[in-house]
Design a binder for this molecule. Structure first.
Ligand SMILES: O=C(O)CCC(=O)C(=O)O
Length: 282
């Protein structure tokens, strides 16, 4: 028990310090330009200011259909977490208990090792947008797929890991046009200089039932849900307060997730960043 408390204390202290450092980096890049490319500039501005931007029609309908079929094939007989020889890992979130957050959601790690069409998707536009939004070096890392079917109990609002800063591109492969489909939701502007994030990090230190990065307090007026037709891509800074919304009865959402790592001096606060470097998985 004492060990658990010490671990959380260390984690929260590190999160708060690294967030302060990150906000200094954000301050330094506050007035950077967005470059000459208009498409990049429009999205980079939105991403820097709000923490989120949506790109419509990121891939064509044929590719959507093909990738969806391959995904269906990949997961069709899987009823428990499965680690494949090619590096793909089919994780069934919260499978040990029905009361766990995200219970039943399928999260396929390294999906591109099994579905090569995923690698054919050009993500250089996303890297360019994130570079201009953050003023930092950016590395594409893992590609996942999330399959949400009837997932009624999703994790509460949270931030990912504070450091290193991660951006995610959620490419919807199904129409996500209302709350009942379980869209990605985010508190706009909470990715930088947010007193709420500091307050939650501090408060969670004393609360047994909360993880360090859970964010139960936020500005409700700033909450948005990112809707889009199949083919839309939602690009988000994971230091913003966010969650996937709970789904309605029988509803489905399938998405590919492109993960990007921001490399800065503050990244070295993070053990996972150092692991990425060691494993050379960047
Ligand atoms: O499924 C979603 O829309 C959000 C998932 C999430 O919180 C995350 O990937 O960090």
């Amino acid at each position: 028990m004492g060990g658990q408390l010490m671990k959380k204390l260390k984690e929260s202290a590190l999160n708060i310090i690294s967030l302060m450092w990150q906000d200094m980096i954000n301050l330094k890049h506050l007035l950077d330009g967005y470059g000459k490319d208009r498409e990049v500039a429009v999205h980079a501005r939105q991403l820097r200011k709000k923490g989120i931007t949506v790109i419509e029609n990121f891939i064509d309908k044929n590719s959507i259909g093909m990738i969806k079929r391959r995904l269906e094939d990949l997961i069709k007989d899987v009823s428990a977490p499965l680690r494949m020889d090619n590096g793909t890992y089919i994780h069934i979130r919260g499978h040990s208990s029905e009361t766990n957050a995200d219970h039943g959601m399928i999260d396929v790690f390294n999906v591109d090792n099994s579905i090569h069409e995923v690698n054919a998707i050009d993500t250089s536009l996303l890297t360019d947008i994130i570079k201009k939004a953050s003023g930092q070096k950016v590395k594409p890392i893992r590609k996942n797929a999330y399959i949400n079917r009837n997932i009624k109990q999703t994790r509460i609002y949270h931030v990912d890991n504070v450091q290193p800063v991660i951006y995610k591109g959620f490419l919807y492969l199904t129409d996500v046009t209302a709350d009942e489909y379980g869209p990605y939701s985010l508190v706009t502007g909470s990715h930088r200089f947010s007193p709420y994030v500091y307050w939650n990090l501090f408060r969670n230190l004393f609360l047994k039932d909360y993880r360090s990065t859970d964010m139960p307090h936020y500005r409700t007026k700033k909450v948005i849900a990112a809707y889009g037709d199949a083919g839309a891509l939602v690009l988000s800074n994971q230091n913003a307060i966010h969650r996937g919304l709970p789904q309605g009865e029988g509803k489905e959402r399938i998405a590919l997730i492109f993960n990007f790592l921001v490399i800065s001096r503050a990244s070295y606060f993070s053990k996972s960043f150092k692991n990425h470097l060691r494993r050379n998985t960047m």
